[in-house]
Design a protein around this ligand. Structure first.
Ligand SMILES: [Zn+2]
Length: 135
């Protein structure tokens, strides 16, 4: 039997923790964490992706690369690793040991990117306060 996954949510500010805490690091409230079951988001079996039948094959030589398809992150080594910059619409998985500087690198990158465009920073594990202090 599979164990039910639990998380703990601060009733005052909504911070989510994997274990119960006596005091919320974000809002400072005491005994505000309540146990909550994590909702699984499994897709229904048998559901498949739809493919458009109107798409026709195209020769590589006929494909025009749109301007702005890649843009420089402002960090030359990062751009080199990414093959010349960040590809528009792409998702990049950044991995590494805890404390190695992944979040700091991303904040440095968005600082430079935000000079020319609007940037959305999404964090799954750090609270808004942690992100702001690091930034
Ligand atoms: Zn809180």
């Amino acid at each position: 039997m599979k164990e039910k996954a639990l998380q703990f949510v601060c009733t005052q500010c909504g911070r989510i923790e994997s274990k119960w805490l006596g005091r919320c690091p974000d809002c400072g409230s005491w005994n505000s964490f309540e146990e909550e079951a994590i909702q699984s988001q499994q897709s229904k079996p048998g559901k498949t992706a739809q493919i458009s039948l109107e798409t026709k094959p195209v020769l590589l030589e006929d494909i025009q690369v749109e301007p702005g398809f890649r843009y420089e992150s402002g960090i030359s080594e990062l751009d080199r690793v990414l093959g010349g910059g960040v590809m528009r619409g792409s998702s990049i998985l950044l991995g590494g040991e805890p404390g190695i500087g992944k979040s700091t690198l991303m904040l440095q990158m968005i600082e430079k990117c935000s000079l020319e465009r609007t940037v959305l920073y999404v964090s799954g594990e750090e609270s808004p306060s942690q992100v702001k202090l690091r930034a």
